[in-house]
Design a protein around this ligand. Structure first.
Ligand code: MRU
Length: 354
């Protein structure tokens, strides 16, 4: 997608380094950062320099390819195995991370003890995984755009745009495709406390593409739905269980409840790398609980042009900070994947799972 008219991906491989857009600086600064080792790359996932299920999946894959380049011939397999564990341990919820690491591990294992071939296979598999993410998201856009022809005023939560993937995005890809097809789609953007992925990332990328949008406080969603100002909801997902339950950014469940109460179809858009067939239901999805400071403080860009952290809560108060919640399958109208739009049901999920 374009930044000031120039095409970018969220994360990519360059001369054995992993390069990525520094997402916490957006929308105030656009900067590319360079991860020289797989440990740097793992840290970038953990501290959310890169975030979003598809983007961290590709970053995990590229990070493991980096480890294969760094590893000595003598302890190649144990080094790569430890790197895979490090990368898998960075964030617990997004299935795409595990899919990315596993895809590269499989390519390495297929070469047996031939280390030079295993290195080359790791780099090829990681780049193929990233390319596949971009292609799947593009297809999700083509399949989802007709929904917006009927229902152009969309609501979304968090960032499931191109910044959350390698390119195009999941929930926002139908918007980009629809607008290219002349459909007048617009987006109501939940700001998405506490990390503000909606107001900082979704709003920024919609602005770059010229998509009409308004940021709303998370707690205004039900109000706009009840007033008939929302035709459809499309959100992304970090993990889809075999029964059709979906984990996504905290607050998604509340939006789905409000949509159901107002008769608004609630869709989830995700590539099939987000499906975890070994996760039986939403109750089995590990929910990341992050530092309470993310709730107690806000970060922002001061009028003097500096990032500043401000405490908004009493100094004596503690907080809870789950990063995701689970929306039960019964609240979901359909799941838009690159293999088709399917029911959020065991049969629907099984019909598109890899
Ligand atoms: O914590 P994040 O920013 O990595 O969360 C991921 C998300 O952006 C979402 O939940 C998103 O809607 C899923 S689609 C990648």
């Amino acid at each position: 997608m374009n930044v000031d008219g120039k095409a970018f991906r969220t994360v990519w491989w360059e001369a054995d380094h992993v390069r990525m857009i520094d997402q916490p600086l957006l929308p105030h600064q656009f900067r590319i950062v360079d991860m020289a080792t797989h440990r740097d790359t793992a840290k970038a996932i953990r501290i959310m320099t890169v975030r979003g299920a598809g983007a961290i999946g590709a970053t995990g894959a590229l990070g493991l390819a980096q480890a294969a380049v760094e590893a000595d011939d003598r302890d190649f397999h144990s080094f790569v195995g430890a790197a895979a564990n490090l990368l898998r341990g960075t964030r617990p919820t997004a299935q795409n991370l595990f899919a990315g690491v596993d895809a590269v591990l499989r390519a390495i294992e297929a070469e047996g003890s031939h280390v030079a071939r295993a290195r080359a296979a790791a780099i090829a598999a990681a780049n193929a995984f990233a390319d596949d993410d971009a292609a799947s998201c593009r297809r999700i856009g083509e399949l989802g755009a007709p929904l917006l022809a009927e229902r152009p005023r969309m609501s979304t939560h968090c960032n499931a745009g191109w910044l959350a993937f390698v390119d195009w995005g999941s929930a926002l890809s139908p918007v980009y495709a629809a607008r290219r097809a002349g459909i007048d789609a617009s987006v109501l953007v939940d700001e998405t406390r506490p990390r503000q992925q909606g107001s900082q990332l979704t709003a920024w990328e919609l602005g770059q593409e010229g998509v009409p949008h308004r940021i709303i406080a998370d707690n205004a969603t039900g109000h706009f739905m009840a007033r008939g100002e929302v035709d459809i909801c499309i959100v992304g997902s970090d993990r889809i269980a075999a029964n059709g339950d979906v984990a996504n950014k905290i607050g998604t469940y509340t939006s789905a409840l409000a949509a159901a109460a107002n008769g608004i179809p609630f869709y989830v858009a995700a590539p099939t790398t987000t499906i975890a067939m070994h996760t039986v239901s939403g109750a089995d999805i590990p929910i990341e609980e992050r530092d309470e400071d993310e709730v107690l403080y806000v970060w922002g860009w001061s009028d003097e042009g500096r990032f500043v952290r401000v405490r908004t809560a009493p100094v004596t108060s503690r907080a809870r900070n789950p990063a995701f919640d689970v929306t039960p399958a019964a609240l979901i109208a359909g799941i838009i994947t690159e293999r088709g739009i399917v029911a959020a049901s065991p049969a629907g999920i099984a019909s598109v799972a890899r």
